[in-house]
Write a protein that binds this ligand. Structure first.
Ligand code: ADP
Ligand code: ZN
Ligand code: ZN
Length: 801
């Protein structure tokens, strides 16, 4: 009897179902294999999560597994355990947790499975026959259970492998290869039959006789024996060898990288490395918070810890916030570890993703570098997990399963008894608070690795610019600096903060942003109703026609696009060469890399872009960073707005003066006095942390309190409001009075794809009853509300509220 988690997307179910294992599959089914099973009137796909002898379902009611899709399990025990944990901790369906760990090619909707002959020497007679002279056959061809059993034992010994053929997407490479006959006598015969005048052909066959059973590309043979392809072709036609097609791994790396060797560490790096190596050498699940200012050499520390893990036969996962934005980071890992590096990110094709996943699973690579989902890389002997820029919100998945990569990393580190390194110049408040409580071990790098001084940061008050009659997006100081760099032929980065674009109202005279009178949060402009709303408490008001503070009429929505700025640069500096990097210019695969490469090759003076240029850039010629509008992220209706602004400004400033030339940063803002702006000037994390923690305490936000967010959506606004209300009533009934319940209120984006969204916020410190209550609420929703078209989601760790 097998327990199967089925994939029925239209009507998800939250428990496994029991299925009979038919006689012929008895010895073949394994936990972790995919199966096809009858469900209702059709066959669906599923994963075997347990095998047992008993079932609560009466024997005659039990249906049978229709088809076994894998001979080798594709899910490890670790993944199955992790999925259970995720189901409980993110309140998702188990099927969703399982699916998120697999490359899309293997997610229940399966592609064709084939069997590969890996080591023919030991293949039993019946398999030799089955394969014939082919190296791969469709799995479906194996019909008898007996044969399957033989196959299975050969797979366990590594003589045969299972592989999924992913529908090719563009850049697949199939190479034609030559397999030399393994029959030595036959080769001798052919050689003797070749007339003496065909000397070259004879040479080839004689060479082949020394390489019986081996595989080469035609080119390799031509070069080794110094003959033309025609000659090789002729001997192949005589039967000395056969052609076959081999699929080679699609290489997701577009270009070669130069190698790099370990650097002699600074004292600070040395201390950090030693401490971390401790947990690698006597394996233990310690979480380190590596807090190092930008340019302090965190990456070099990662590289050297990874080296130790590799030396010990272990593997490492390196997570980066969004890998397609940080090709430089991937390159640094490839420069050190070469072909041992696999890469996993959203920019890869389905086929490439599967190939990388398979390389990891087979232990052919030792390091996986990737975005969020790479935390599930199927290594079996993990020695280390790294989250670089651990504060980034991209580590949190905003779709079900709503997991945070940090939590998964820590779970896996406990499973494998290996350390986790959380690295950042601006750690999340949650992580730093944990480090202060010694839940994490804090390691600090205070100096830049190459002794460069931090860039000089100037904060420009844009209100004064306006008073002085400058209405452009560029302050006088920034214009002067740009002119100067153009003259010196140095490079610049201009950064436009587009988070919160156009959604708040700001007075251009005094810098006031309209805020809710009940909460410490900016009001959000709702285009549909022409009103300002606080989506924390629901308070709303009309868009003011004058500033509530200074009564100026210069009050308006804030935001400007990169295109407009580009045009303005050309107007002001006709000789400037500008590269623009934003969602529009980076839609195509490889576009990021191209832009950065061009900039690196000095094909432009100015790199203009949105947050995607804030991270990871490391170019020696950048001596000026201009932040056009620091305020946009500051005024997001989000309790983390100040934190995100501080992080962003620190990040961007870190792009300047990383090498020999000193750097300068100009930050334009309407709130120059804000502590997030002021303290980012000298990367003063500690005082920022203290001040921000006071705010969090005062308004009862994380890390002092946990928050959970419930969102209810419906096509009809009244239905959405009504059921959000019902959810709230249920929570009020079940949860203790210690818990803060806020809402229901319209979500900040109140309608998405024609569905209205309402939300309830739960703030709590300790509420043992919470998970159970939320599970009950979800059950009510799944059995009843869902039929009425309601959608309800629960997020236990929302990154934006
Ligand atoms: P971070 O990741 O902390 O921002 P990086 O690892 O990118 O810092 O290091 C910044 C620069 O300093 C890089 O160019 C790197 O090659 C260099 N670097 C790092 N460690 C050393 C070292 N020990 N000696 C010399 N240069 C170093
Ligand atoms: Zn004003
Ligand atoms: Zn409010």
């Amino acid at each position: 009897m097998a327990q199967v988690i089925v994939d029925v997307s239209a009507y998800p179910v939250d428990r496994p179902f029991d299925y009979k294992v038919p006689e012929e599959l008895q010895e073949l089914v394994e936990v972790g294999c995919r199966v096809k099973v009858p469900f209702g009137k059709r066959n669906v796909l599923g994963f075997i999560t347990a095998l047992q002898s008993e079932s609560d379902v009466p024997k005659d009611k039990l249906k049978s597994i229709a088809e076994l899709l894998d001979i080798e399990p594709i899910l490890t025990n670790e993944m199955l355990e992790l999925a259970k944990w995720m189901t409980d901790h993110t309140l998702c369906y188990e099927i969703d947790a399982l699916q998120v760990m697999l490359p899309s090619a293997l997610r229940a909707k399966y592609e064709k499975t084939i069997l590969l002959k890996v080591d023919p020497t030991y293949l039993p007679e019946e398999l030799q026959q089955l394969f014939g002279n082919k190296t791969a056959i469709p799995y479906k061809k194996v019909e008898s259970a007996n044969l399957l059993r033989v196959l299975k034992s050969c797979m366990k010994n590594g003589y045969v492998e299972q592989k999924t053929v992913v529908k090719q997407q563009g850049n697949v490479k199939e190479v034609r290869k030559v397999k030399i006959s393994s029959n030595y006598e036959r080769l001798q015969e052919i050689s003797e039959s070749i007339p003496p005048r065909a000397k070259k052909q004879r040479q080839v066959v004689e060479w082949m006789a020394l390489h019986v059973g081996e595989e080469f590309t035609p080119n390799e043979i031509c070069e080794t024996v110094s003959v033309t392809p025609q000659v090789v072709n002729a001997v192949i036609e005589k039967g000395a060898a056969t052609y076959f097609q081999e699929e080679v791994y699609r290489d997701p790396f577009s270009k070669e990288v130069k190698g790099s060797i370990p650097l002699a560490l600074t004292d600070e790096q040395e201390v950090a490395l030693k401490e971390i190596l401790h947990s690698v050498k006597s394996p233990q699940a310690t979480t380190y918070l590596l807090h190092g200012i930008t340019g302090s050499g965190k990456t070099e520390v990662y590289l050297q810890v990874i080296q130790e893990a590799i030396n010990r036969g272990q593997e490492a996962i390196v997570l980066v916030p969004e890998i397609s934005l940080t090709p430089q980071m991937t390159e640094r890992f490839r420069a050190r570890f070469g072909d041992l590096v696999a890469v996993m990110h959203s920019g890869l094709s389905k086929g490439e993703k599967y190939d990388e996943w398979r390389k990891i699973g087979r232990g052919e690579v030792k390091v996986a570098v990737g975005a969020r989902s790479a935390v599930f890389a199927p290594f079996t002997n993990l020695g280390l997990i790294i989250l670089d820029e651990e504060h980034e919100s991209t580590y949190k998945q905003e779709d079900t399963p709503r997991y945070h990569a940090r939590d998964i990393a820590i779970w896996r580190s406990e499973y494998h008894h290996c350390p986790v390194i959380l690295g950042s110049a601006t750690p999340s408040l949650e992580s730093f608070a944990r480090a202060k409580k010694n839940v994490y071990t804090l390691l600090t790098l205070e100096k830049r690795a190459k002794q460069q001084s931090l860039p000089k940061v100037e904060v420009v008050d844009m209100r004064e610019e306006l008073h002085n009659g400058n209405r452009s997006m560029f302050s006088g100081a920034l214009m002067e600096a740009i002119e100067d760099r153009l003259k010196k032929k140095e490079q610049m980065v201009l950064f436009l903060n587009r988070r919160g674009f156009s959604s708040f109202v700001l007075c251009r005279d005094c810098g006031t942003v309209v805020q809710c009178k009940n909460c410490d949060i900016s009001m959000t402009y709702h285009r549909s109703s022409e009103k300002l709303k606080c989506h924390y408490c629901g308070y709303e008001e009309h868009v003011p026609t004058e500033c509530p503070e200074c009564h100026s009429e210069h009050i308006r929505f804030f935001g400007t696009g990169t295109q407009k700025i580009e045009a303005e640069i050309y107007k002001l500096f006709p000789e400037a060469r500008v590269l623009r990097m934003d969602v529009d210019t980076t839609r195509q695969k490889g576009a990021h890399e191209k832009i950065l490469e061009d900039f690196g090759n000095l094909k432009a003076d100015i790199l203009l872009g949105t947050q995607m240029i804030a991270k990871g850039l490391d170019f020696p010629k950048i001596t000026l960073v201009g932040v056009l509008s620091a305020d946009t992220s500051l005024n997001l209706p989000d309790f983390r707005a100040a934190e995100r602004t501080f992080q962003l400004l620190t990040q961007v400033s870190g792009r300047a003066g990383r090498h020999d030339l000193p750097g300068e940063v100009i930050v334009q803002t309407y709130s120059p006095e804000h502590y997030a702006v002021q303290l980012s000037k000298e990367q003063q994390y500690a005082p920022f942390y203290d001040q921000e923690m006071m705010m969090r305490h005062q308004f009862a936000y994380p890390p002092y309190y946990f928050v959970a967010l419930i969102q209810v959506t419906h096509e009809d606004v009244l239905m959405a409001a009504e059921y959000a209300g019902k959810a709230m009533d249920f929570l009020k009934l079940k949860l203790s009075s210690q818990v803060g319940l806020i809402g229901p209120t319209p979500a900040s984006i109140s309608r998405v794809q024609n569905r209205y969204r309402y939300q309830c916020l739960i703030k709590y410190k300790k509420e043992p009853n919470l998970t159970e209550t939320l599970k009950q609420l979800i059950r009510i929703y799944r059995t009843d509300w869902i039929k009425k078209g309601i959608q309800l989601t629960v997020d236990l760790d929302p990154s934006v509220i």
